[in-house]
Design a protein around this ligand. Structure first.
Ligand code: BTN
Length: 323
């Protein structure tokens, strides 16, 4: 049975009888039951009431590729060569990596309603329940290898924050290198993966996950998180959110290619959640304590440690309790 059709039917949040579903989708009652179980495993709450049928605990608005494409501005839409909205996939970053060095891949934008193997930074899992959040990846080609990418992940974080401002969401900040924070908790994450020649022509997959609505499946997340829905006064349309974030991202990428991260540094500093904080920076083989001064023109972290300011390119930050 086409799972997407069943989800689309239930999306209105109203009751649909087994008979109605069976007729519409041309399947038996037993097949419906099996697919309802599957939908629950993917993260949706389904109620079954004898005599009435099946209903989602709340209506959902599914992602719509045509709507997203039509809403993009001319820079963003002219950049796109292929746009997919997948109901279920392993990871949109993997889908994008698979296409990255093809013609279509050079302007590829891939959304998913559910990821079975959503990837986070440092080998972590990105919990990706169906229909509640935004998961997407896009491919961007760069001519000068890894050197041209300095500060890219910070720029992506800032362009997400700029897009979210359109939805009247206050309390946003950025945690180096690229976590988007809302009221002190993580609301969005960014994963960049590179393929091609690290010193020449390379393709970068920019993967973005934004928590939009709470879902039971997200109870397994082992860090402080929040969703946009918890602070927004109106119900957020993920299609509109997708349009704004992609428009903002494409505009920023165009500027980044010409001016590098330096052009984004003042904007980033405005949202820097760590400036002035005492932190520990953990790198592959070291842990350094210091006070955050800010970021430099390449997006490196400026840390005052042992009386001098040093620049660090990578690592994981933990904020230390101030005494
Ligand atoms: C992080 O750990 O903060 C990065 C999370 C990135 C998650 C997004 S969701 C869309 C894309 N596909 C993935 O598998 N990961 C990224």
């Amino acid at each position: 049975m086409d799972l997407h059709k069943l989800i689309s039917m239930l999306a209105d949040g109203e009751f649909h009888s087994g008979e109605e579903i069976g007729e519409c989708l041309g399947v038996s009652r037993a097949a419906i039951w099996k697919q309802i179980k599957r939908i629950e495993e993917l993260g949706l709450d389904v109620f079954k009431v004898t005599g009435k049928g099946y209903k989602l605990s709340a209506p959902i608005r599914l992602l719509d590729g045509d709507r997203i494409f039509d809403g993009l501005n001319s820079s963003a839409s002219s950049w796109i060569r292929k746009l997919d909205v997948l109901t279920i996939t392993d990871s949109t970053n993997q889908r994008a990596l698979d296409l990255a060095d093809t013609v279509a891949g050079k302007g590829y934008l891939c959304f998913a309603e559910y990821q079975s193997q959503g990837r986070g930074r440092r080998g972590r899992k990105w919990v990706s329940p169906l229909g509640s959040n935004l998961y997407f990846s896009m491919v961007k080609e760069f001519a000068n290898g890894a050197a041209a990418l300095e500060g890219l992940s910070l720029m992506v974080g800032l362009s997400i924050v700029n897009a979210l401002k359109e939805f009247d969401i206050g309390g946003l900040s950025l945690k180096w290198p690229n976590d988007v924070i809302l009221e002190g908790k993580k609301v969005a994450g960014i994963l960049l993966e590179m393929t091609g020649d690290p010193s020449g022509l390379c393709q970068v997959v920019i993967g973005v996950g934004i928590n939009v609505a709470k879902s039971k499946m997200m109870d397994e997340i082992d860090q402080a998180w929040i969703s946009l829905g918890e602070v927004s006064n109106s119900s957020l349309d993920r299609n509109q959110l997708a349009i704004s974030v992609v428009n903002s991202l494409v505009a920023s990428l165009e500027k980044f290619e010409v001016e590098g991260f330096a052009a984004f540094r003042p904007g980033w500093s405005e949202y820097d959640a760590l400036k002035g904080r005492s932190v520990s920076l953990t790198t592959a083989n070291n842990s350094i304590n210091g006070d955050v001064v800010g970021v430099d023109d390449t997006g490196g972290l400026l840390l005052r440690t042992e009386g001098e300011v040093k620049c660090f390119k990578g690592g994981e930050i933990t904020v230390r309790l101030e005494s």
